[in-house]
Design a protein around this ligand. Structure first.
Ligand code: SF4
Length: 362
């Protein structure tokens, strides 16, 4: 298939739904978690939950970069934004996420020094255009975005850009999946694994999920037919008692991933323990800038007063939603006090958040 319409062909989708229905055990429940915000949006947008049999439950996991970024990171970014002669450069979704005492959007309205950028190239450009200011770029996201930030860090160092810095909050996915599997409250039968992340890391780093936890896994693309086929693969693995890492999205993802991207990640970053919203601190799940590039590391160059971050936002249950323990509909604020226009928690802020997806497409 070459064209996007073919991946949205209703007859083919219906055929796959029939195959899923014919393969599954009608007397049991299947709980599958997608761990990519783009999958969350696609599942909601194309109404896939309504096409599937009722005993298949699709749950959203910690796959939206903005949603998993903890309050402590937002608080730090806001404190940097309050320093003199500083511009914060960030992807737009981060603006509205509430911190303990303020949000970047609020700081922007007060001081006008928080800029939304589309790429690290824009952030580097901002640094050249404002030589008398320090530019602090908010590096958040998973293995998908981290290589581009790594490339910008290398470029800034090579070109000797002395006013470009990164506040590094990058996270890596496999340790977070293991943390979910070890959590007694999280009940799952399989993962719809993230496609973009997998294009970088390949399928091999997930091997432990099927080997040690007997969990079905499929790396799927983002079109309805991709996701339905991925779900069929999960059902088939469980029916055959043969858990493994299937690659449905093989037009992009290879078992060994993208070696060039992996090399630049390794050169610029090292793995560290990292705090995730809702999941706590997970060993080896974050990236920090290596010493060699410390001149670009905002935290190594600027001291801010200690911050006491508060955990929960006014009844927001994003933490439980990110673990698949609760759904957006379980939140008493959903669609009332919390809407995309006036979000209370990050899952309603990000266009990839599960609350936002549920609200937009319900
Ligand atoms: S609806 Fe809003 S308040 Fe409730 S969990 Fe989602 S983001 Fe948090």
């Amino acid at each position: 298939m070459k064209y996007v319409d073919e991946f949205r062909d209703k007859e083919r989708i219906k055929l796959l739904a029939d195959n899923i229905r014919a393969t599954l055990d009608p007397d049991r429940e299947y709980r599958f978690m997608e761990v990519c915000g783009t999958h969350t949006m696609a599942i909601a947008r194309f109404g896939l939950k309504h096409i599937l049999p009722e005993n298949i439950k699709l749950l959203s996991g910690p796959g939206c970069p903005v949603c998993v970024t903890p309050t402590s990171y937002i608080d730090k970014a806001a404190s940097y934004a309050e320093m003199a002669d500083t511009i914060i450069a960030t992807f737009g979704d981060m603006m509205k996420v509430p911190g303990s005492r303020t949000s970047l959007e609020k700081v922007r309205s007060e001081r006008g020094n928080v800029k939304s950028v589309y790429s690290t190239i824009d952030a580097l450009k901002l640094a050249s255009e404002n030589p008398d200011k320090r530019i602090i770029f908010l590096g958040v996201g998973f293995e998908t975005t981290a290589p581009t930030i790594a490339a910008a860090i290398k470029e800034a160092k090579t070109r000797g850009v002395s006013n470009f810095f990164v506040l590094c909050g990058h996270k890596i996915m496999p340790p977070a999946l293991e943390a979910l599997l070890k959590d007694k409250d999280v009940m799952l039968d399989g993962f719809i694994l993230p496609a973009h992340v997998s294009a970088i890391i390949g399928s091999r780093p997930y091997g432990f999920i099927s080997k040690e936890y007997n969990m079905a896994c499929a790396i799927t693309g983002f079109e309805p037919l991709d996701i339905m086929q991925g779900i069929y693969m999960l059902i088939k693995q469980l029916t055959d008692k043969d858990p493994k890492i299937d690659i449905q999205y093989n037009r992009v993802v290879k078992p060994s991933g993208n070696k060039l991207a992996q090399a630049i990640l390794k050169e610029v970053f090292e793995t560290v323990d990292s705090e995730w919203r809702g999941l706590g601190t997970i060993p080896g799940s974050g990236l920090a800038i290596r010493k060699k590039f410390s001149s670009i590391d905002a935290e190594k160059n600027f001291k801010i007063p200690p911050i006491k971050s508060t955990g929960k936002d006014k009844g927001c249950i994003c933490g439980e939603v990110l673990k698949g323990i609760k759904t957006p509909g379980d939140c008493r604020l959903f669609g009332k006090a919390c809407t995309p226009e006036r979000p209370v928690g990050p899952c309603m802020v990000s266009s990839e958040g599960s609350c936002s997806a549920e609200y937009l497409y319900k």
